[in-house]
Design a protein around this ligand. Sequence first.
Ligand code: C2E
Ligand code: CA
Ligand code: CA
Ligand code: CA
Length: 275
Amino acid sequence: AKASIATDACFYEEEMDKTVRLRRRMVKELRTAIDRGEFSLHWQVQESVGTGAITGYEALLRWTRADGSSVSPANFIPLAEQSGLILAIGEWVLRTACATAASWAEPHRIAVNLSPVQLGHVDLPRLVQQVLLDTGLSPARLELEITETAMIADPVRTIHILRQLKAIGVSVAMDDFGTGYSSLSTLRSFPFDKIKLDRSFMAELNGAPQSAAIVRAVLTLGESLDIPVLAEGVETPEQLAFLREQGCDEAQGYLLGRPGPLPVRGRDGPERLAG
Ligand code: C2E
Ligand code: CA
Ligand code: CA
Ligand code: CA
């Protein structure tokens, strides 16, 4: 029995070493990814539930390595955050997103994701102002998405930064709402222009009856705070119909359009260029 435990421990350590080595290698590759031109942005449409009009496009970061393999942002963003590389990567995303959108024929609004690390470590309002100036994008066309967890770490500082950002004329959305622990009162104290309901609630709509109640509750919350709600992860016509019935303001998801290299609306087919 003893030998087997020792073997298990060894095996476990070997596996640990392997993950640590893999992570180190990935961080090393991330370090040069910008210079090698391995990053790109994909765009996913956001729509008004009531009218079907396009309300914006979210920029989603893509990383294709030299060997042609791609890594999901869900995997490399945490590594970029831990290593501090997210500051340079985040700035690249912001600049590229604003410059790209400024060149579109149609002046759609864009949504750019911010890491909590960016909120804590750079003079974000100044950076945003500089990027808008450099790219010529109107502040009204930029929305910044910040996750609920970023609020909780340092609420006072975060509120201050959000106010500065809003003074520039950009809007701010609370991303992944419902996955953290925000209460009604914290939500009220942050000056958000939009609530993005996490896609897990859409996924559970058919299976778990409580999910419908939660979606309704969040919509009521948005209504009473006078903040529009966008539902993420809308994949079926049934989900969209439910949202319409419940008075949800905006929607985003594979049903309306998958993220792609150009701002197009999936429903109309990739032939239809928006910009
Ligand atoms: P997110 O901000 O919640 O972005 C939405 C994610 O949901 C995207 O995954 C998108 O492709 C996916 N999605 C959209 N519609 C559907 C749907 O109908 N069903 C399902 N199952 N998924 C859908 P993606 O592009 O893999 O990004 C994952 C996460 O990585 C993002 O979640 C965001 O947290 C982070 N991320 C992506 N780009 C950036 C970036 O430029 N900066 C930062 N800090 N984080 C980013
Ligand atoms: Ca987002
Ligand atoms: Ca989200
Ligand atoms: Ca409403």
